[in-house]
Each structure stands twice: as C-alpha cells, then as structure tokens.
Design a protein around this ligand. Structure first.
Ligand SMILES: Cc1cc2nc3c(=O)[nH]c(=O)nc-3n(C[C@H](O)[C@H](O)[C@H](O)COP(=O)(O)OP(=O)(O)OC[C@H]3O[C@@H](n4cnc5c(N)ncnc54)[C@H](O)[C@@H]3O)c2cc1C
Length: 314
C-alpha cells in the first residue's frame, strides 16, 4: 500500500526541513512515538500543522480523547516553514477590490475574521506561555515602484475610515533610517495589527499545549488508508498497526495524496510558494544591493526573497 503523491518523492521526506531557516534554529523533543499495533480514540486527526493542532486543542479542552498523527514530525509541513506573518493581508487583493467583488458586508466579515485569528494566536501564546520569538507591532507593506506610493496612502486612508486603525506611512528616508531600504524602495506603510513570530516554534508550542490537555501524538506515522468499519467507526491503517476512531479529521494541506482517501483525488492543486533566505549579510553587502531589480527584504539581518509577497517583519 502506498500513497499517490502529487510532488516528487523527496518533497515528503526530511530534505525540505534539513536546510530550513526555522528548523535549523533548534532541536525539538519527540512528541510521540510511531503508532504500532492496535489503538483507539474518539477523534483521529491526520496532520500535525496549525489546522490539526488547533482542532486537537479545542477538542482536548472539552475532554475528547484525541490522537494526532503526522507522517513526519509535528510542524514538519507549511506550519513550520512559513513566513511567520501573523498579520492582516491574507489576500493579494486590496480591500477595495474585495468590496467590488463580494460587497462591503463580506469584505468586513473577512477583515474581522483575520483580526480574530490574530487575536486567537496572541491569546494562545499568552495562555500557554509559548515562546515563539514574537517581534514587531504589525507589518510593513513596501512600495517597490513609485506608482505604489499613492496607493499606499489610499490604503492608509481606507483602513482608517473603515476600521478606525491609524497606519504609519514611511517616506523613503524614514525607511532607510529604519534599515528597511537597502534596495531603494519608494515608501512603506506600517499597519499596526498583528506581529511576526517563529512559525516552527509556534507550532511546537501549540503542540505542547495540546499535549498538556491530554491529547496523544503519533509522529513518523503516515496514514495509508482510512476504511469505514461496520460499527460506524473508521480504521486508519499505518505501516505497523492501525487506529480505530469514531471520527476523523483530515488536516493534510498540500501534503495530501490522491488515494488517502480516494475521494480527495483531483481536489487540490500543486501550487508552490517559496522563500529564499541568505546567510546574514554584512553592511557592505547590504549597501551593494541598492537599486537591485530583485524584490527582497530584510529579516533579522538576512536577505529574504519571496516569490509571493513583498512584506517585511522584525
Ligand atoms: C512558503 C510559505 C509561506 C507562508 N507564509 C505564511 C505567513 O507568513 N503567514 C501565514 O499566516 N501563513 C503563511 N503560509 C500559510 C500557512 O503556512 C499554512 O496555511 C498553514 O501552515 C497550513 O497549516 P496546516 O495544518 O493546514 O498544514 P501543514 O502545516 O502543511 O500540515 C500538514 C501536515 O499533514 C501531514 N500529512 C500529510 N499527509 C499525511 C498522511 N497521509 N499521514 C499523516 N500525516 C500526513 C504532513 O506531514 C504535514 O505535517 C505560508 C505558506 C507557505 C508554503
């Protein structure tokens, strides 16, 4: 029995995390041994990223017997390898565009959902004393082209009018003073909502919180199939055993497979998003980037080039 994956095999192994900026920072403890033989639980959660962990936390807090299974280790997926922005701006489309497409009510609902998500993360960090290197107050959106400068000013005015939030506009000189302008950007706008964090430490801290509420983890446990049983339960088969569960939650993100379960085939797309990070650059090297045509920003002394965003943290 094997999983039909949509990326090349090494995308699912250790290789993607061995050189990863966040993963190199520390060696996490093992949260759970691989599942062997027969076990049971009320709710089985496949995938130990933010989705699976958040669900596990809610359920475990209510006394549900939860087991979280991950093919690698907890936080191996996107949750341990993302940009660390816990901020607004989950869409490329600006608020105006969202209003045009979906109407004012839906755009507002989206904004408040993003805000609530940020508040939830802040609450969890506090409640479970998770040390995730939280930094910055909000995020700074950068104008890579002169024509973006007026757009940023409009964005600031819109956010103030619609949500009562005062943003801070940075001219070119102020950006330079802040150390955010080695590549000659035109302006920036700090939206003071949210913060930056270490995504992997957050995932691991969340997992520790889940464990403290009584949930179990099975790491290095790839679920190979989910079979409905006659008694209404589900049997999750893994290489060396199986888990019986009354309910199953699939939280496998882009690391899903076409045959686990079979109805998932063709229901998700291979989309890649990359962040390239250099070693820390010297002052001299930073100066030499002035006027570079490449979009990049500073993250804690490193140069960071992203394929999908142009925001800066820390
Ligand atoms: C490059 C990049 C940058 C991003 N930047 C940001 C950002 O700055 N801010 C932000 O809010 N979001 C960001 N995101 C998005 C965010 O990281 C994801 O939305 C989030 O981590 C998804 O969490 P998840 O739990 O759904 O999935 P994941 O964290 O990917 O977890 C899925 C887990 O499922 C497991 N799994 C898969 N198949 C099986 C199986 N058969 N058996 C057992 N386990 C299995 C995997 O091993 C994996 O650990 C970024 C994403 C990427 C890729």
């Amino acid at each position: 029995m094997s999983l039909q994956r949509i990326f090349q095999a090494d995308a699912y192994g250790q290789q993607p995390v061995t050189q990863n900026f966040w993963h190199r920072a520390f060696e996490p403890e093992v949260l759970g041994e691989p599942l062997q033989e027969e076990h049971s639980c009320e709710v089985a959660i496949v995938g130990g990223g933010y989705t699976g962990l958040s669900a596990a936390l809610k359920l475990a807090q209510q006394g549900v017997d939860v087991a979280v299974l991950d093919a690698r280790h907890i936080g191996w997926g996107a949750s341990g390898r993302n940009g660390g922005f816990c901020c607004l701006g989950g869409t490329i489309a600006e608020d105006d565009e969202l209003i045009r497409r979906y109407g004012e009510v839906e755009a507002r609902r989206y904004f408040y959902a993003e805000r609530a998500a940020i508040d939830l993360v802040a609450e969890l960090l506090d409640q479970y004393e998770i040390d995730a290197d939280v930094a910055s107050k909000g995020e700074t959106v950068l104008a890579h082209k002169p024509r973006r400068v007026d757009q940023l000013k409009d964005t600031a005015a819109d956010i103030q009018k619609r949500y009562g939030i005062s943003c801070h506009f940075h001219g070119k000189d102020e950006l330079t003073e802040l150390g955010m302008n080695a590549s000659g950007l035109s302006a920036g706008l700090t939206i003071p909502v949210g913060f930056a964090l270490h995504p992997y430490k957050y995932a691991r801290g969340l997992a520790a919180a889940v464990k403290s509420q009584g949930a179990r983890f099975y790491e290095q446990t790839e679920v190979l199939s989910i079979v409905p049983a006659d008694d209404g339960q589900y049997v999750l088969k893994v290489r060396k055993g199986h888990l019986r569960a009354q309910k199953v939650l699939l939280a496998t993100n882009g690391y899903s497979s076409e045959n686990m379960p079979e109805w998932l085939a063709g229901k998700y797309l291979p989309v890649q998003s990359n962040i390239l990070m250099t070693r820390p650059l010297s002052e001299e090297e930073l100066k030499r980037q002035a006027g570079s045509p490449i979009r990049w920003h500073m993250t804690r002394g490193h140069c960071c080039i992203t394929s999908a965003c142009c925001r800066t943290i820390g």
